[in-house]
Design a protein around this ligand. Sequence first.
Ligand SMILES: Cc1cc2nc3c(=O)[nH]c(=O)nc-3n(C[C@H](O)[C@H](O)[C@H](O)COP(=O)(O)O)c2cc1C
Length: 346
Amino acid sequence: MRIGKLYIERPVILAPMEDVTDRSFRKICKKFGADIVYTEFVSAEALRRGVEKSLQKMLFEEYERPAVIQIFGNSEEAMAEAAAIAETYSPNYLDINFGCPAKKVADKGAGAALLREPEKMTRIVASVVKAVSIPVTVKTRIGWDRDSINILDIIPRLEDAGIEAIAVHGRTRSEMYKGTADWNWIARVKEHAKIPVIANGDIWSAQDALAMFDHTGADGIMIGRGSIGNPFIFRQVKELLQHGAVTTFPDFRDRIAVAIEHLRCSVEFKGEKYGTLEMRRHYATYLKGLPRVSRVRDKLVREDNWRDVIEILGEYEIECEHYAREGKIKEYAEYLNDHSRRLVLK
Ligand SMILES: Cc1cc2nc3c(=O)[nH]c(=O)nc-3n(C[C@H](O)[C@H](O)[C@H](O)COP(=O)(O)O)c2cc1C
């Protein structure tokens, strides 16, 4: 896949996720092989006003490259201004969010709301492309609702306006995250687009990733929720793509070790207080499926001191050693199979 000067064969990309893909999570995903990482989306209006928290979201480390900043907004002027600010942070390229279904975004005419205004969407893209000298891409959904799927109409407009790739989540805005992503529509997008297509939606396992490439013919794939608590997925996808089989199956020790590493990064980047607080949302997914976990989870999300969190996780690991000897721990492959969607592919 080529975007400007960047060339990566069949890239496996970490999707932008608000409150998830901060520097600490990106560092972990990068370590496990994510080829490209995106920041959380950043509000154009907030950038214009110089809101510190939004400016912070655009910071990334050199080892994260290729790294992408994603912005969202509802006006050409604000988006052009925000794009120019974002460019000063030197991302490899800049992405525009036209897919966010959340009320707080769509009700203000930004994110997925622009799927109902293709002309305005095109003007926003043109103004952003004009404002920066780095490549500009778009991430969007297939339409507003099932009765108005318009992605095939939108693509040539955005291509003419100058975008260099498009990431498509195979759902409409109305579907939010319900049901399963429609990979058939992504395949149609790939047939019609002249620019590279990045396929997104419901990749929960390495097998799903391969199925997504095969089913859609996309140039790259993007993984969101399937990486939360499971950054190992990037390494597994690489193994499957490069060697034809997944060879590493992290066990509970690996999962607990990565949760601890993630916490340490979070504290490093956000300080003891916020780093510990913001990690709370991750424990449930790292420990998912392990025996008698709810008691531990409850303790972890009440703990303010990160060193005590590490101690609790260490004690739980010892407890898990006992469960493992008693054969009470589900195999990781089995846990993934519960999630995999390749079986429901039509
Ligand atoms: C918690 C969360 C936050 C998200 N934040 C963003 C965002 O900031 N920008 C964006 O383009 N998409 C965002 N998304 C959508 C994802 O990037 C992705 O398109 C969607 O989750 C479908 O992919 P998946 O099935 O692999 O999760 C978010 C999704 C989740 C679950």
